[in-house]
Design a protein around this ligand. Structure first.
Ligand code: ADP
Ligand code: MG
Length: 771
């Protein structure tokens, strides 16, 4: 429809253009006709005048002459004129018929739908325009008719005048004939006429003159007639040209009509095409609607069947719904019931859990006690006193050459055995464990860890570093900033352990630092480090010792410990010009006290961890030192001997332990006796030049360690070692050859006459077990 609309629009434009052209042509024609009619009018006017003149002339001539050829010609012209008029009338009739047809054109009662209304409107507009042009055409036709009427009138008049002229001519010709007859009759009587003429000539010059006049007049009249004939011819020519133009006009009219008819035909065709299109579209829509209807019907059928199947489901659903509703109504009651029973069950379960909890707690405490007992037993079986050896690596300080050669070797299979090459002989020693030079601080601490943790359980622990100066005592105890030793690692471990037990236990960790130099005890953290402290018995009669005035710092983190260490170091540095020298000549003690409170049981525990960096064990006295050096050496020797005595006495479980022989042993009395645990870390240098001191240190270590294992120790009556001889190994223990294949000092391997019987050994064990 859109396409056809566009086409129609185009057609309309084209028609409008054509109309405009037609109008232009019409106006041109009008102008033409107007000018023509004006011309014709002018000609008619002149013709009328001439006719009048001719009429007068003819009437005058007619009186003289009869009719002429012009009359015949006039008759012919009149007949032609009549025929033309009739043709014109027929044309007009046709034109009128055509117009009627035009007016009665279809598309008035167009049965088109509303969608064609716009098009129809356009069409009607076009028709209106066509009608307007038609009206104009009618007007033009009218004008043409008027003009033809006028022309007819003019022709009529012309005919009248021609008739008049014919009459005149007839009259004239009659007269002419008469006159000719008279002339002929006159001729037939020539003599007479000659005579007459002669006579006339003779007789009347007057008649002669009259004849001449008549002859000239006759000639003039004849000339006049010729002129009239010429005028008539011209008029006829004019008539022909006007007829020609009329024919042209008629042809044009016919052309326009044909064009109009064509346009009308096109319009009709288009309308028919549109009608067809519309019908086609309607048919299509109808078929589509039918298909859709079919689909909808099918859907409906499906839905109906669905509905049929759904109905029973709905019935069951409503049934379910009703039952659910009933259940919901009963639900609160049921819920209350269930809640009550559940509450009862829960409270019962809680009760049960509570009782089992109590039971478990009781069992746990019993197990805890048992564990502690077992641990103690284990430690006891391992020996409450343990001796480790640590060999430091060869350092730059050892120098170069044969003196710095390595003299210490290890057993690949036994980490407790160490071989020393001394003066060409290999001496073997067995300790609880030997750390080779490559052993890290971490590895060393791993072995010490258990001792440290037992401190939390309320045990007293002592860790000593023994050995000649430069053997690595301070390295093992304090370590370096980037690789800390036992001191810092132990405190870190304590902190983490305490944190782990924080749920049940409250712990307080305090730290003290002291130094024993020349048998004088000094507080390293106090305000007056020079002050000598005394060790006293507790006045509460518990038999416990304490040091009045010894500063204690409570520590809670590693940062606190670092501060304490720094403080202690600063004290030592400010006092001494040569720190190394001094430190190797004094015992440094770090005393950590761990006090715990079990919140659930109210049980209180106190454990003490004593970390001791002993003075150098080298034998100065023998090289003949004097003065203060000698005094220092004597003091060191005495205190180390006293320590050896005490440990020996403890390991051999003697009744009397000589704690009071030195300040060191006296201070550590409660940490060395009873359930206390002691570790002796014997430091040795592997360098060739130090072999004699190394030998001494290892001998000391082995002696200290061996005692308990050998039943001999029970009976051994070594009250104390002689002064300056604490490093000498008793001959009885070593046997005769220290370098023999069997490791020296292995009590069980070297039977002794003083060895107890197996019965007495079992008794001793029983006694130990019972406490
Ligand atoms: P002491 O305290 O017995 O006199 P030090 O601990 O001062 O001996 O050690 C002497 C030197 O040997 C120090 O420079 C120390 O760093 C180094 N040293 C000791 N033991 C080791 C070791 N296991 N590994 C590395 N270097 C060590
Ligand atoms: Mg040192």
């Amino acid at each position: 429809v859109m396409a056809s609309m566009a086409h129609l629009q185009k057609e309309k434009l084209r028609l409008q253009e054509e109309l405009l052209e037609l109008q232009e042509k019409l106006t041109a024609q009008e102008n033409n006709e107007l000018s023509l009619s004006l011309q014709l009018q002018g000609q008619v006017e002149t013709l009328k005048e001439k006719l009048l003149e001719q009429a007068q002339e003819i009437s005058r001539l007619r009186s003289e002459l009869g009719g002429t050829d012009a009359e015949k010609h006039r008759d012919l012209l009149a007949a032609e004129n009549e025929r033309l008029r009739q043709e014109m009338k027929a044309c007009e009739g046709e034109l009128r018929e055509l117009r009627r047809q035009q007016q009665q054109a279809p598309c008035r009662d167009c049965p088109h739908l509303q969608e064609n209304a716009g098009l129809q409107e356009q069409l009607s507009q076009l028709q209106r325009e066509a009608e307007e042009t038609r009206a104009k055409l009618v007007e033009l036709d009218l004008e043409v008719q008027q003009k033809t009427n006028r022309l007819a009138e003019v022709e009529l008049r012309l005919k009248d005048s021609l008739a008049e002229r014919a009459e005149e001519e007839e009259r004239l010709s009659r007269r002419l004939r008469d006159s000719q007859e008279t002339i002929a009759s006159l001729k037939s009587q020539p003599q007479q006429i000659k005579y007459i003429i002669k006579t006339v000539e003779v007789e009347s010059p007057k008649a002669k003159q009259a004849l001449c006049e008549t002859q000239s007049r006759n000639q003039y009249l004849q000339e006049q007639v010729g002129m009239q004939k010429q005028v008539l011819k011209e008029m006829e020519q004019q008539l022909q040209s006007s007829q020609k133009t009329e024919a042209q006009l008629r042809a044009q009219i016919m052309m326009y009509e044909a064009e109009l008819e064509r346009a009308h035909g096109q319009m009709l065709e288009e309308m028919q095409a549109m009608e067809e299109e519309k019908n086609h579209a309607i048919e299509e829509a109808f078929s589509r609607a039918q298909v859709e209807m079919k689909a909808v019907h099918e859907n409906l059928a499906g839905v109906r069947t669905n509905l049929l199947t759904l109905q029973p489901a709905l019935r069951t659903l409503t049934h379910d719904y009703n039952s659910l509703k009933r259940q919901v109504r009963d639900f609160p009651l049921l819920l209350q019931e269930t809640l009550r029973s559940a509450r009862a069950e829960i409270s019962q379960a809680i009760e049960e859990v509570h009782s089992t909890n109590r039971e478990l707690l009781r069992k746990y405490r019993r197990e805890l006690q048992l564990r502690k007992k077992c641990h103690n037993e284990l430690v006891r079986l391992k020996g409450n006193i343990r001796v480790f050896g640590r060999v430091r690596p060869i350092t730059k300080e050892d120098g170069e050459g044969p003196e710095a050669a390595n003299a210490v070797t290890f057993d690949a299979d036994d980490d407790a055995v160490l071989h020393l090459l001394h003066k060409g002989k290999q001496v073997s020693f067995e300790l609880d464990k030997v750390f080779p030079p490559q052993a890290s601080q971490e590895e060393v601490f791993q072995e010490v860890q258990a001792l440290v943790t037992s401190c939390i359980d309320g045990y007293n622990v002592c860790i000593f570093a023994y050995g000649q100066t430069g053997a690595g005592k301070t390295y093992t105890m304090e370590g370096t900033a980037e690789n800390p030793g036992i001191n810092q690692r132990a405190l870190q471990l304590l902190f983490s352990e305490v944190r782990g037990k924080a749920a049940d236990w409250d712990y307080a960790i305090t730290v003290s630092a002291a130094e024993i130099y020349n048998e004088a005890l000094r507080d390293l953290l106090g305000k007056e480090p020079q002050e000598k402290l005394e060790i006293k018995l507790c006045p509460d009669g518990s038999g416990q010792l304490y040091v009045p005035g010894l500063t204690e710092f409570r520590v809670q983190s590693v940062e606190d410990i670092n501060k304490v260490f720094e403080f202690g170091h600063v004290k030592r540095v400010t006092e001494c010009t040569n720190l190394n020298e001094h430190s190797s000549r004094s015992h440094a003690l770090l005393i950590v006290t761990v006090r715990g409170l079990d919140r659930s049981t109210g049980l209180r525990t106190t454990g003490k961890l004593n970390l001791v960096d002993l003075a150098g064990s080298e034998r100065v006295g023998r090289s003949g030192a004097e003065g203060s050096r000698l005094r220092e050496a004597q003091h060191i020797n005495k205190s180390l001997s006293a320590l050896g005595d005490v440990i020996y006495a403890l390991r051999s479980r003697q009744g009397h332990v000589p704690f009071r022989n030195s300040k060191l042993t006296y201070l550590l009395q409660d940490s060395l006796s009873g359930d206390s645990k002691t570790l002796m870390m014997v430091q040795v240098s592997p360098a060739e030049k130090n072999t004699s001191e190394t030998l001494c240190s290892l001998k000391f270590a082995e002696r200290v360690r061996s005692v308990e294992l050998g039943p001999v120790s029970r009976k051994a009556e070594l009250g104390s070692w002689p002064s300056q001889e604490h490093l000498e190994v008793p001959k009885r223990l070593l046997g005769d050859s220290p370098g023999s294949a069997a490791p020296p000092g292995r009590g069980h391997a070297s039977p002794s006459p003083g060895q107890l019987s197996s019965r007495s050994a079992s008794i001793r064990r029983k006694l130990h077990t019972s406490g």
